[in-house]
Design a protein around this ligand. Structure first.
Ligand SMILES: C[S@@+](CC[C@H](N)C(=O)[O-])C[C@H]1O[C@@H](n2cnc3c(N)ncnc32)[C@H](O)[C@@H]1O
Length: 260
């Protein structure tokens, strides 16, 4: 096997949860790791793909359950790379979709450290496949937008509500659980009909997945949705009407694959 340049960092997307959704390239890079630096949403089955002797560093939480601040994560990556270790930096979903992968790459490349992205399946794609809700569909959605529903402490959600309220685009809202009421109200105030189909999906692609369908004006008041465990993703748009009639696809595809 060819030697890697000492101190190489792979910024790897671990996908939405199902370990079978990892890319072949991600598995290869994990297998070369001296150390794995991983986020909260990365499953134990995926971590197990790294060599047993590889060090594992959890930056998803500290003992008091707070996330490790981003500048500390950057410092950890810099330190490990400068020691000449091959680093697998594992992130949930795709590292370049609300994953801060590019922030880490900027720091690493700025320090002259070789660093490579390995894409992962983002939560929206995982949820689409397991709920049967397509992200685009001819006649229902001409495009899809991924938006963040998260706001920094005390800040208001600064989104372009007029353009987001376009009825022919699918909206996928990441990190929106805490603010879904405000998001739905703004979308309706800017013209999106109250009866626009919507769904919330928790832990998509994992055995714990739950999906709940409700029109836009009932998303926030729905008690089942309010109780869904993190991580939760919202999909809003006419495409959601196709999913309600579809059986959970993951179970079916897993069963079919188990038989071959
Ligand atoms: C910091 S973002 C990371 C997104 C990730 N980089 C990706 O591409 O999926 C975390 C948010 O992603 C969404 N998310 C991630 N994994 C999910 C899953 N398996 N099911 C539902 N939502 C998920 C949730 O909205 C969660 O709050």
């Amino acid at each position: 096997m060819k030697d890697l340049r000492p101190g190489t960092v792979f910024l790897i997307g671990a996908g939405p949860g199902d370990p079978d959704l990892l890319t072949v390239k991600a598995v290869r890079a994990l297998g070369r790791a001296d150390v794995v630096v991983y986020d909260r949403l990365v499953s134990p089955e995926i971590l197990a793909l790294a060599p047993t002797q590889a060090e594992r560093i959890d930056v998803g939480k500290l003992p008091k359950r707070h996330k490790v601040p981003q500048d500390q994560i950057n410092e950890i990556l810099l330190r490990l790379a400068r020691q000449g270790q091959t680093v697998a930096r594992l992130k949930g979903g795709d590292p370049l979709i609300f994953g801060r992968g590019s922030e880490e790459a900027l720091v690493l490349r700025g320090a002259g450290i070789p660093c490579h992205y390995i894409p992962g399946i983002t939560a929206a794609q995982g949820a689409a496949s397991t709920t049967g809700v397509p992200l685009t569909h001819r006649g229902l959605a001409t495009g899809v937008r991924y938006v963040t529903g998260h706001r920094a402490r005390d800040a208001s959600l600064d989104l372009d509500w007029f353009s987001l309220a376009s009825g022919d685009t699918t909206l996928v809202i990441y990190m929106g659980a805490a603010n879904i009421g405000e998001i739905a109200d703004n979308l309706m105030a800017h013209g999106l009909p109250a009866d626009t189909p919507a769904m919330a999906v928790s832990a998509a692609t994992t055995p714990r997945q739950q999906s709940v369908f409700a029109p836009l004006n009932e998303l926030a008041g729905n008690a089942v949705i309010a109780d869904l465990p993190a991580p939760v993703l919202f999909v809003v748009g006419q495409v959601v009407s196709l999913g309600a009639e579809t059986a959970p696809v993951q179970e079916t595809s897993d069963h079919v694959l188990a038989q071959v």
